[in-house]
Design a binder for this molecule. Structure first.
Ligand SMILES: Nc1nc2c(c(=O)[nH]1)N[C@H]1C(S)=C(S)[C@@H](COP(=O)(O)OP(=O)(O)OC[C@H]3O[C@@H](n4cnc5c(=O)[nH]c(N)nc54)[C@H](O)[C@@H]3O)O[C@H]1N2
Ligand SMILES: Nc1nc2c(c(=O)[nH]1)N[C@H]1C(S)=C(S)[C@@H](COP(=O)(O)OP(=O)(O)OC[C@H]3O[C@@H](n4cnc5c(=O)[nH]c(N)nc54)[C@H](O)[C@@H]3O)O[C@H]1N2
Ligand code: SF4
Ligand SMILES: [Mo]
Length: 814
């Protein structure tokens, strides 16, 4: 993309990019809000227009949950954003570079000014999910909301109120949707609390599993690749998932330019991250990375390439020497690999080849490369862990840096995804939740349907042995996981349509999304760019920043800021709740109060007035690069890990206990060792005879999940297609561009086929997050091609997380 090139064009598009490639140039322009097709002449005309004297340029930010966060310069005239640029500060050299927005952020005016934005409060009039609403006044909406909340709390208790997982706005001190850290959580905590949740849809399996090995889930910063000889990416695609000009894709490219590190991409798809920059693409069957790791480990052991002194000093459970007390004598990792464990199967490259679909000689070659290139940056994205056996996979991938002693050193990595440098941020305090019970964020539909049956050892309820009441009231602020982003849409519809189960769903949104259609009350919010706030960087290597944003326009129609909405609810809940919630401050006063706290903690920060004038404040990591577990590596006695033994736990006694005490289904595996196990809906599951193709939904450049999914130019630039290998397509008589039906026993969708050797045979994939579009009282065929029509609500064994990448389907030409 052009976003990293010289930023010397007043329209926000690099001149070099304009001249270099008309295809890329037209995409960038489309994204930045210009109509297609364009010429240099029309671009020049636009530039002239963009510098008219009555322009106001306002700092804004793109605050969707893409793992980057970009500065925007919004050009405003007549109270309307008509043109969008991005960061123009810094020298634009690596290390002091610009935080340039991707195609989505550059198109934000098409979201701000979208003709279908929500303008008024509404209440449901039809059956839930039908999408029939009636306009009501704010006072009426707030009264209905408050009465329902009071009723549910009185009748069922605070545990029946649930703040659904949402990630539509991330970052701000005030505007922030993360359920346990949002203003909604603060409000509920002022009113007796609500049912907690743990885990996220992003990282449920890896965030749960990695701490059993390392005590946490850290990785070296990507910038540290400038010290690496080799980069190994398991299911990691920053070119699409970290697209910011200040983000990870740029760090990867720049750091490799300095170290000249080879790069191996292990992914069922030939990704945009590979795209000619990789040295090798290793296509792998989804859900089988742990088998590849075991095959590599067998070669490393066989050829004496393991770092035995590292394993002896820093780890438990590699071989009999460090096996913890209570573990079976043949329970160590080496026995598992060599075939001396209970399964009596040597994990040879031939064994791994049958499972992964990777030729054995390629596995041997890869093992030799990983065993000899030091240091090596071995990492994983979160695609491999969003599988039904993702907890095992995440820990298994970590075995490669552990076996080769690449942990805790510059240029190495732990096997996790990258960490990032961040500047001090102080968010609106959410106060303490009096309710201590928690469910996994993925299991909320179960908690509606059979809440009181859900237990700790079967369903992962935490803080209590079981839930006492089902969920009766749902808050959904800036999220689409009610329908679009949660699994098995047709099942969710059936559960939600019965409004005797969950009695109230409050959705606070900008658009009539699939989830908004299930609201009982639908409240129109301002967007982040229409409010004052401070947005810190998300994943940004070793350069942190704060974006100080100002409202681009005044509020339009009856859209209200979240702080106002919830303050009004607090007022109706009682004077004590109102006082506790607001502490007597306005939104602006809160921001100044929070910023003052930031400065007190971090005196290097500029003053409030200065940072407001700057718009964007950047700071380099004073430590250079973040190296995960560096202190532990330097002195394991003084800096033990947060595991029970203080060491890297290849064998986890805690997991052995869980495995023997939890109620699991026969095809659920929890193991003290990071083994490979096949799983439900996996490549070798029995349903494969009926549904022969594996399917997963990758995070796509066209959208951030479903956000930006209604922007026409983005849809045109990045089509919604299902990737299919030419061999699978030929068998089905499918040609590139054909309309196909993709189905399994959970549902059916329609989509265009992309026939391409960029995906391995037997596997199919589509961008996740497309807008669900089906007649739910009719055939339920989803013409919007939202992959969650096909995914399963069954949680993964340990994290009780979303296995949304583990699916089996059939595909036919329509
Ligand atoms: N099958 C499948 N499903 C998945 C995934 C997958 O890989 N495969 N990925 C999962 C992951 S990792 C995640 S994080 C979730 C994400 O799921 P969500 O958190 O639901 O993310 P979005 O779909 O982007 O929905 C965000 C919503 O917030 C709204 N919004 C944006 N800005 C504002 C604002 O200023 N105010 C208000 N009120 N609303 C706003 C947007 O309009 C949008 O509807 O999806 C998960 N679902
Ligand atoms: N453009 C864009 N960027 C985003 C998002 C978005 O929706 N759009 N979402 C953001 C969010 S909230 C999150 S959580 C992150 C998600 O980041 P990730 O979870 O890392 O993204 P995915 O695309 O799901 O998976 C990454 C890669 O894993 C591959 N993969 C899938 N299954 C397997 C497997 O079993 N083994 C291996 N080796 N590879 C596999 C996929 O082909 C894909 O290329 O992205 C963030 N960035
Ligand atoms: S979607 Fe992400 S990378 Fe793109 S502009 Fe927004 S924050 Fe930046
Ligand atoms: Mo995510």
């Amino acid at each position: 993309m052009s976003e990293h090139e010289q930023h010397d064009h007043p329209s926000g598009i690099s001149r070099r990019a304009l001249i270099k490639s008309s295809a890329i140039g037209s995409l960038a322009l489309a994204a930045s809000g210009m109509s297609l097709p364009f010429t240099l002449k029309s671009a020049a005309a636009a530039v002239q227009q963009a510098t008219k004297p009555d322009d106001k340029v306002v700092w804004g930010a793109c605050s969707v949950n893409c793992g980057s966060r970009c500065a925007l310069r919004l050009h405003v005239r007549d109270n309307e954003v008509y043109w969008v640029e991005t960061d123009n500060t810094g020298d634009d050299i690596y290390g002091d570079h610009q935080v340039r927005a991707c195609l989505r952020g550059r198109s934000i005016r098409r979201r701000i000014n979208h003709p279908e934005r929500l303008n008024y409060p509404m209440k449901r009039v039809g059956k839930r999910g039908e999408g029939k609403f009636e306009r009501i006044s704010w006072p009426e909406a707030l009264d209905i909301l408050t009465d329902s909340l009071k009723h549910v709390v009185k009748e069922y208790g605070n545990e029946a109120v649930y703040i659904n997982y949402t990630s539509g706005i991330v970052g701000g001190n005030i505007t922030r949707s993360s359920p346990s850290a949002s203003l909604v959580a603060r409000l509920m905590n002022c009113y007796g609390g609500s049912l907690n949740q743990y885990g996220t849809y992003s990282t449920a399996q890896i965030a749960c599993a990695m701490p059993y090995t390392y005590g946490s889930n850290d990785g070296n910063s990507t910038s540290d690749i400038e010290n690496s000889k080799l980069v190994v990416m398991f299911g990691n695609n920053p070119a699409e998932t970290r697209m910011s000009g200040g983000g990870i894709t740029y760090y990867l490219e720049q750091a490799r330019e300095r170290s000249n590190a080879r790069m191996v991409v292990i992914d069922p798809r030939y990704t945009d991250t590979a795209a000619g920059r990789e040295d090798e693409w290793v296509p792998i069957r989804p859900g089988t990375d742990a088998a590849l790791v075991a095959g590599i480990a067998w070669v490393l052991i066989d050829e004496n390439l393991v770092d035995q002194p590292f394993l002896d000093k820093y780890c438990v459970g590699y071989d009999e020497k460090t096996l913890p007390e209570g573990a079976p004598a043949n329970g160590h990792y080496k026995a598992y690999i060599l075939g001396q464990g209970d399964d009596a199967t040597a994990k040879t490259p031939a064994w791994a080849s049958r499972i992964t679909g990777i030729p054995a000689d390629k596995i041997i070659k890869l093992a030799r490369e990983i065993g000899t290139a030091k240091p090596a940056y071995i990492c994983q994205g979160w695609g491999p862990q969003r599988q039904a056996n993702g907890e095992l996979t995440a820990r298994a991938i970590a075995m490669l840096p552990i076996l080769t002693g690449n942990v805790g050193v510059n240029g190495g990595n732990s096997g996790a995804r990258e960490s990032t440098y961040t500047i001090t941020i102080e968010r609106m305090p959410v106060l303490e939740n009096p309710v201590k019970t928690a469910i996994s964020c993925f299991t909320w539909t179960d908690a509606i349907e059979r809440g009181a049956e859900m237990t700790a050892t079967r369903d992962g309820v935490r803080g209590k042995d079981k839930l006492d009441v089902p969920i009766k009231f749902i808050w959904n602020y800036a999220g689409n996981t009610i329908i679009n982003q949660h699994s098995q849409i047709n099942r969710t519809h059936d559960i939600l349509q019965d409004d005797t189960k969950c009695e109230m769903i409050v959705v606070i949104e900008n658009f009539m999304t699939a989830s908004a259609k299930y609201a009982d009350l639908l409240l129109p919010d301002l967007m982040t760019v229409e409010q004052e706030d401070i947005i810190p960087n998300d994943y940004a290597g070793n350069m942190g920043y704060l974006i100080f944003i100002q409202p681009a326009t005044s509020p339009k129609f009856e859209r209200k800021p979240i702080y106002w909405i919830l303050s009004e609810v607090a007022k109706r809940l009682g004077a004590d709740v109102q006082q506790k919630f607001t502490e007597g401050r306005t939104q602006a006063e809160w921001l100044q109060y929070l910023y003052a706290k930031m400065v007190a903690k971090d005196p290097q920060l500029p003053s409030y007035e200065a940072v407001k004038a700057m718009g964007l404040y950047k700071r380099k990591d004073p430590n250079g690069h973040f190296v995960a577990y560096k202190d532990f590596r330097n002195d394991p006695q003084a800096h033990p890990l947060k595991t029970p033994s203080g060491k890297i736990e290849i064998y986890s006694t805690k997991l052995a206990d869980i495995a023997s005490s939890w109620e699991l289904q026969p095809d659920d595996t929890i193991s003290p060792l990071p083994i490979y196990a096949s799983t439900f809906d996996g490549w070798d599951a029995p349903q494969r005879s009926e549904f022969p193709l594996q399917l997963f939904g990758f995070h796509y450049k066209a959208r951030t999940h479903s956000s930006y999914g209604n922007v026409d130019v983005l849809k045109a630039a990045c089509r919604q297609e299902v990737w299919l290998n030419p061999m699978d397509a030929a068998k089905r008589g499918i040609k590139n561009g054909d309309m196909v039906r993709v189905y399994n026993d959970r549902g059916e969708l329609r989509i265009e086929a992309k026939v391409t050797p960029r995906i391995m045979p037997g596997v199919s994939a589509m961008g996740q997050g497309a807008w669900h579009d089906a007649s739910m009282s009719g055939d339920r065929i989803d013409h919007g091609s939202c992959i969650n029509t096909l995914t399963s609500h069954r949680p993964s064994p340990l994290a009780k997380g979303n296995p949304q990448h583990t699916n089996l389907v059939q595909i036919e030409k329509v």
